[in-house]
Structures are given as structure tokens and as C-alpha cells.
Design a protein around this ligand. Structure first.
Ligand code: SF4
Ligand code: SF4
Length: 431
């Protein structure tokens, strides 16, 4: 069996010299020995195959026909949380394509029919119902009940507030979406929603490795956005932001519309004094950078040129390709908001910004990975506690739900979890 997409990456895979930096925080930003591990699958399974380097060499072995595409391989490949940290670590030392290699291997196994059943079901649910849970009894626009928001495209507005799927069935995510809408109305923003026409951004299909399905979902959404005649899309959830802003163009779907996360628009409103956070909140907080709002939302940079190899292994590009360091993700706006709230004690964790530790929720849900996935969240909660925080603030509905789930078995070590929108809403002191 030949796999042309893996074949094309063989040279890139071979640049890995097994330094294992993709398993830990880079030394220049190392702050704590206890909180230095960073690849969730490697920390849990403790074998090299469960790492970007291991996944890469298994992709090479598969491409060269030395191992079969079978369930044993799939069990390892689909455990990856697609958090993208390994790409940052490896790019720290060379121009690498760890993210692309991980995803291409996963997409190859999907085509071989080897995806976990839960991943297949999630993708089918989106295709059947527009949401990953397959719900038909709750409509996509129910979260906005009674808010009297403009309905696009029948009505016109310059900003589309994109709530995301969790706002449909997670009560806390629903509340964050409602509070964001209220903050925008209060600040005089011309905002509308797609209501029941809103569909999943497609991230669960991307996570699962269903490339063609993801591209189809992205195209349907891009058409909906264009038809809405808006200038800006504002996402409530950080995961939707990274998907629409960075992954759609990477997979060839362009909207031509500005895409912002809620925190970016709130930061603009605070700076222009249209939104005032007047009420002091005496809380000890820390901030968790979600993977898809942070490093994974770095805008996709198109490149055309030639790859050259030196010493039979090291590569360089002509003209130089822009390296994705993840630093252009959304990191500062949430911090600006936190620093604008009087009374807050804000302590950073040790693994932050592009080197943030994944909450474990990404990559797709399967029962087989439940322990590993929750362990990642518990690691992060311990880190939040270690820096003295009583509240873990985040800006992604998936991270928030994952921390709540992990909290359930952490007793006194548990931490309060809040979306940054909820915090801004409290500080704005509106109803
Ligand atoms: S993938 Fe990159 S960071 Fe990881 S072991 Fe290989 S060279 Fe090192
Ligand atoms: S994407 Fe995340 S979970 Fe997957 S190999 Fe890289 S660091 Fe590990």
C-alpha cells in the first residue's frame, strides 16, 4: 500500500534526531521542574512512540511499508491530543512540520477506516444535525432566547457573534454566550447571530482526522458567513476561533472576513472606553491559554518555493518560509482584560502562551483515552493551585468543560473555573 501524502513528508520526518524536546518545556522558558512535561500522551503512556518524534517515525515506517496500518498503530495515533505543542518545541530548534506530520498520519488512518468508533460517530452527528452531540431537541439558536438579537442574514449587522456548539448543550457555555451578547449590546456593537442556522465550525472533524468532511463543513460555514454580509466574526469559544481563522485557510477555505475571539473585541472595547470594568473583584486567578486560541490560531502563512537539503538531512527553504512559532496566537487580549479588572490577583502559571499545557480535551473524545485526557486537565489544575490561584480563568468552552470534569475527582485540590467573558461581565456590573 502506498501513501503519497506521507511519502511527501518523509524528508521532513527524517529531520527528527530524537532530542525529545517535544516532550518538555524548552530550557530558556523552563520555570519549574515539577511542571516541565508538556506532551499529554507522553506524560501518561511514557513510551517514545507516544510523542511527536515517535508518531513521526511510525509514519515513516508506514510509508516505507515496514509496519501495517492496523489497530495497534491507530490506538497510538488517535491518542494524540492535537494540541500542537510539539510543533512549537521542534520549531524552537529547526524548521519542522510536526503538526502536519501528526495530522497527515491520522488522516491516512481515517482513510483506512481505523478511526475510533466515537470519532466516526461525532463526525456523522455533525453531518446529520450540525452539532457533534447529534442533538435534535435543542436548536442552535436557543441559547439566545429573549435577547432580541438581530437574526442574520434576514437582518443586517456588522458583527456576527458565533456561539459555538457547546452553547447549545452546556449550561455554562450557554451563559458565557449570553453574557458576551449582553456586553456587546451594552457597548453599542452592531451585533447579530445566525440563530438556528449556526452550524458546528467542524473542529471535531478536524481533530478526528476526517479531512474531507472538515473541508466540506468549512465551505458550508464560509458560504453562510459570506451570505450574512458581515465585516467581523466574533467567536465565544477559543476553539472555534483557531478553527475558522487558521485551519480553514490551511485547508483551502477562505472567508475574506475578519475573525476575532471574544477577548480581542472586549480588549478593543475596553481600550476605546466603550466598555468599563468598574466593579472590583477580589479573586486570586490564573489564566489557561487554550491550544486553539493560542498557538494553534497563528494565522496560516501561504508559502510557495523550493525545499533544499544539506548533508542529506537538514532542510532549508528558498525563499525562506515563515516559521510557525505560535507566537501570533491570541495571548495578550485575555491578559489585558484580567489586568483591567480592579482587585484581581493574577498569577501566571509556569507553562504559558505558546508553551501552554493542553487541557486534554482536544484530539477527539474516546473512552479509551479518558484517563490520559483527564490526567492532562488535573496536571493543569495542580499547576493553577501551585501558583496560588483559586480560579482558573480560560477562554474556550471545551477547556472549561474539561476542567470541570477533572475537578469532580479532585476534592480539595479542585479549582473554580470561569470563562473570561463571565469575569468581564461581573466586572462590567451590568444585567
Ligand atoms: S520531533 Fe523535533 S523536538 Fe521532537 S525529538 Fe524530533 S527533533 Fe526533537
Ligand atoms: S500534538 Fe500534543 S499530544 Fe500530540 S504529540 Fe504533539 S505535544 Fe503530544
Amino acid at each position: 500500500m502506498s501513501y503519497p501524502e506521507l511519502k511527501a513528508l518523509e524528508g521532513d520526518i527524517s529531520t527528527c534526531f530524537r532530542c525529545s524536546l517535544c516532550k518538555m518545556v524548552p530550557l530558556p522558558v523552563f520555570k519549574s521542574r515539577e511542571f516541565a512535561d508538556i506532551c499529554p500522551i507522553n506524560s501518561h503512556y511514557m513510551f517514545h512512540s507516544y510523542s511527536a518524534s515517535g508518531l513521526g517515525y511510525m509514519a515513516l515506517a508506514l510509508s516505507e511499508g515496514r509496519i501495517p496500518a492496523d489497530k495497534a498503530l491507530a490506538d497510538i495515533v488517535f491518542s494524540c491530543r492535537t494540541c500542537g505543542y510539539c510543533d512549537m518545541a521542534c520549531n524552537f530548534i529547526m524548521e519542522s512540520k510536526r503538526n502536519e506530520i501528526n495530522m497527515t498520519l491520522r488522516e491516512t488512518l481515517v482513510r483506512e477506516g481505523l478511526a475510533p468508533d466515537e470519532y466516526k460517530k461525532t463526525v456523522q452527528n455533525i453531518k446529520n444535525t450540525g452539532n457533534p452531540a447529534g442533538l435534535t431537541n435543542i436548536k442552535a439558536g436557543d441559547w439566545a432566547y429573549g435577547l432580541d438579537l438581530k437574526k442574520l442574514p434576514e437582518q443586517k449587522a456588522s458583527v456576527l457573534l458565533y456561539a459555538g456548539c457547546l452553547a447549545r448543550y452546556d449550561k455554562k457555555a450557554m451563559l458565557s454566550a449570553r453574557q458576551m451578547a449582553k456586553l456587546l449590546i451594552y457597548s453599542g456593537v452592531d451585533v447579530g447571530i445566525l440563530g438556528d442556522d449556526e452550524k458546528c465550525c467542524g473542529l471535531p472533524a478536524h481533530w478526528a482526522g476526517f479531512k474531507d468532511d472538515f473541508k466540506g463543513m468549512a465551505s458550508v460555514n464560509a458560504d453562510l458567513f459570506k451570505k450574512a454580509g458581515i465585516e467581523t466574526i466574533v467567536t465565544v469559544c477559543g476553539a472555534c476561533l483557531g478553527t475558522i481563522k487558521a485551519k480553514y485557510p490551511k485547508y483551502g477555505v477562505k472567508t475574506g472576513i475578519e475573525v476575532l475571539h471574544a477577548t480581542e473585541l472586549l480588549e478593543r472595547l475596553i481600550k476605546s472606553k466603550k466598555l468599563k470594568l468598574r466593579k472590583p473583584l477580589n479573586l486570586k486567578v490564573t489564566y489557561h491559554d487554550p491550544c486553539y486560541l493560542g498557538r494553534q490560531s497563528e494565522p496560516f502563512a501561504e508559502w510557495k518555493g523550493e525545499e533544499k537539503t544539506v548533508f542529506g538531512q537538514m532542510k532549508y527553504t528558498v525563499p525562506p518560509r515563515e516559521i510557525n512559532y505560535g507566537t501570533k496566537g491570541v495571548f495578550d487580549p485575555p491578559r489585558t482584560i484580567l489586568k483591567s479588572i480592579k482587585g484581581l490577583t493574577f498569577n501566571e502559571m509556569y507553562r504559558i502562551r505558546e508553551y501552554s499545557h493542553c487541557c486534554g480535551a482536544g484530539g477527539g473524545y474516546a473512552q479509551a483515552y479518558e484517563d490520559m485526557s483527564l490526567k492532562a486537565a488535573k496536571e493543569r489544575i495542580k499547576e493553577a493551585r501551585h501558583v496560588g490561584a483559586d480560579f482558573m480563568i480560560t477562554s474556550c468552552s471545551h477547556c472549561k468543560a474539561q476542567f470541570e470534569k477533572a475537578n469532580a475527582s479532585m476534592k480539595s485540590e479542585a479549582v473554580n473555573v470561569l470563562d473570561i467573558i463571565d469575569l468581564a461581565f461581573q466586572a462590567a456590573d451590568i444585567n
